[in-house]
Each structure stands twice: as C-alpha cells, then as structure tokens.
Design a protein around this ligand. Structure first.
Ligand SMILES: [Zn+2]
Length: 356
C-alpha cells in the first residue's frame, strides 16, 4: 500500500492559513487536490502528509510531525555567523545536496566556514562498483564547491554495509575532525528517521549524535589534547529528514529561496549518484534522437541539467515551502544551544539567598 494513501492530505489549507489550522483533521471537501482522508472524525491526525509533485522519490519525506514551537529561519543580512564553523556530514554524496543543500549554502553565505564530510565510498552508485567509487570521489569536490565549503573529507566505508563497521570507530573519526576543525554546528541525517530503509543513514546519524556530545569532553580521547587539539563545542544541530520513507519530527523550516540555485548546482555536481547530475542532458539527447525537444531544457547540456533539477527535483521543496508561505523550503529537527543551567541557578541564588 502506498504510504501517502494511508493518511491522506491534511495540511492543504491548514499550514498556509496558519499553524493552528493545520492541527485540525482534514476536511474532505476542502482538500485542494481532490484527495481526502478516510480518517474517522473521532481521531486527530498526529502526522501530516506532504503534497508531492511525483517527480522524484528522493526529495521530501512522506510525513512530518510538527513541533508546537516550529520556527521559520529566514535570511540574515551581513555575516552574522562569521567565525563559526559548520560540518555537513553525509553517508552518501547525494544526502546533503538533496535534503539540506540550500540551508548549508545559506549559512556559509551568512559567514560560516563549511566542511563536507562523506562517510561512505558510494560504490553502489556507478556503472560498476569501482567506477562508483571514483566518480563519487570526484563529484563530492564539485558538490562542496557549489555549497561554498572550504574542503571535503571522505571516510570511504563501504556503501550499504556501514553497519558492518564498528560504530565507535566512525564516531571517533568524527570526534577527531570536529575537534580539528573546531566545529560549532552540524548537519546530518536525523538519527531517528522512522522507516528509513538505508542502514548507512542511521549509522551515520547515530555516530554524529554521539560525536557532537563527546567532542566537548575532556575525558574522551585525551590523547587528542596531548597532540594539540582542543574540545569542540557543538551547540547547534540541524538533523534533516529522509525520503521517501521518512516520517520526521520537524521544528525548523528554513527559507531557501535565495539559495535554490546553489542547491540545484550542488545536485547537478552529483553525476554518479542520486536523481540529478546529467539527467537533464540525457533526456534532452534522448528526445533529440526522436526528433523532439522540451523547451524547458534549453539548447545546451548545461542548461538542460540545471533546468531539469530545478523543475523536477526541487518541486517538492517548492510545494513544502508553499505550506509556510515560502517559495522553497527545507525542514529540520533543530537542536540549539542548551540553556546555561549554572548561570540560571546562580541568578536564582543571588535573588533568593537570605542571611543565616
Ligand atoms: Zn543516502
């Protein structure tokens, strides 16, 4: 059974009209696209299905559960993040470009220094296993450049076999890089991505989650400090969802309209993996052999690749953005800096302490 049919569209008018409205069960008569929910009225939906263009299975997930403190992150002027460092960690070369490329490009443009860290060797994406490794090794450099990253790293664990490796080793390698690069903010696949069929995603998500916490510890891997490294204080985490199997908790929507072309270019750079790369020029050449053309794809391969990705693969991000009154959007489970407990307790003590 197609999952989208299980819990039908319930957000069509709700999110655009205001967040509170989205919490009402779907009204069959109001569904803008003609679909309706079979959910009996005594139930309140707790997950929201997303409108889909049906152009790509690799863009937005099937369902989101929205937090009541959902925040829309918009463009900031100047370079408010100057001096900060982000690491965008991905199992595969197409993960960050597809799901978080617009937001990574946005934060780098707003002052962050960015690094792209790929954990697999992407051997499963290529004409042969060997070709896949080489092509994706090349592609990740192009993707990093399109995002504005300073450097790309690869760990080269075998594709789709990452659960065969010791989780503690992957985590330790991330801790080393987080300390070496002095990372403040990470992007990664949500480690609690429900229904994700790809084992690599969950392995990487969990490794990142642990590494974020342990990178700041003085007791974990103390030899790093003997070698001159310093603890990394990772205070912000952007966990992105997975499609098509995803069902994610979301508390942050990022307006990526100003960065949609960066995101497109980042995906075009992925020629070895994912639905983008040279798919546009391939379609253009296929049509030419039949004596046809699609005006959208223009008159050269470069235009065809760009327009194909923007029109077909970004459309689901457009549909999602529309729910929030935005042109294009990406969604995250964002975890920000923890409150300063010690300072809060000290303030309480200062206010309430009385003489003995
Ligand atoms: Zn992946």
């Amino acid at each position: 059974m197609e999952r989208r049919k299980f819990l039908r569209r319930s957000m069509a008018g709700g999110m655009a009209a205001g967040f509170a409205g989205a919490l009402k069960p779907a009204n069959a008569a109001e569904a803008g696209n003609g679909r309706h929910s079979d959910l009996p009225s005594k139930f309140t939906p707790s997950a929201y299905s997303l409108p889909s263009s049906k152009y790509s299975p690799f863009t937005t997930p099937d369902y989101y559960t929205y937090a009541d403190d959902l925040f829309i992150e918009r463009n900031q002027s100047g370079k408010p993040h100057k001096g900060k460092v982000l690491a965008a960690v991905e199992a595969h070369s197409d993960d960050i470009p597809l799901f978080a490329g617009g937001t990574v490009a946005k934060l780098i443009d707003e002052g962050y220094t960015g690094y792209l860290i790929r954990v697999s060797n992407d051997e499963a994406a290529g004409r042969t296993l060997g070709f896949g490794v080489v092509q994706n090794e090349k592609d990740i450099q192009g993707a990093a450049k399109a995002l504005g990253c300073k450097k790309a790293f690869s760990f080269y664990y075998r594709n789709h076999r990452m659960d065969d490796n010791a989780a503690i080793e992957i985590r330790a390698r991330l801790i080393f890089l987080f300390r070496f690069l002095q990372v403040n903010t990470v992007f990664a696949m949500d480690p609690y991505d429900h229904y994700d069929e790809n084992p690599d995603h969950l392995v990487v998500g969990k490794a990142v989650e642990g590494a974020c916490w342990m990178s700041g510890s003085g007791k974990d891997y103390p030899e790093h400090y003997k070698a001159g490294l310093k603890p990394a204080s990772i205070r912000e985490k952007y966990y992105h969802p997975r499609s098509p199997q995803g069902h994610n908790l979301v508390n942050r929507i990022v307006d990526i309209n100003s960065y949609i072309d960066h995101k497109v270019q980042t995906n075009v750079a992925n020629t070895g993996k994912g639905p983008a790369g040279i798919a546009g020029s391939r379609l253009r050449n296929e049509l030419a052999k039949q004596g046809k053309k699609l005006p959208l794809l223009g008159d050269d391969d470069e235009t065809a690749n760009f327009q194909y990705v923007k029109r077909f693969l970004m459309d689901d991000f457009h549909l999602m953005g529309q729910q929030f009154g935005l042109e294009y959007a990406e969604a995250f489970r964002y975890i920000g800096p923890p409150p300063n407990y010690r300072e809060n307790i000290r303030r309480f003590v200062d206010e309430h302490a009385v003489p003995l």
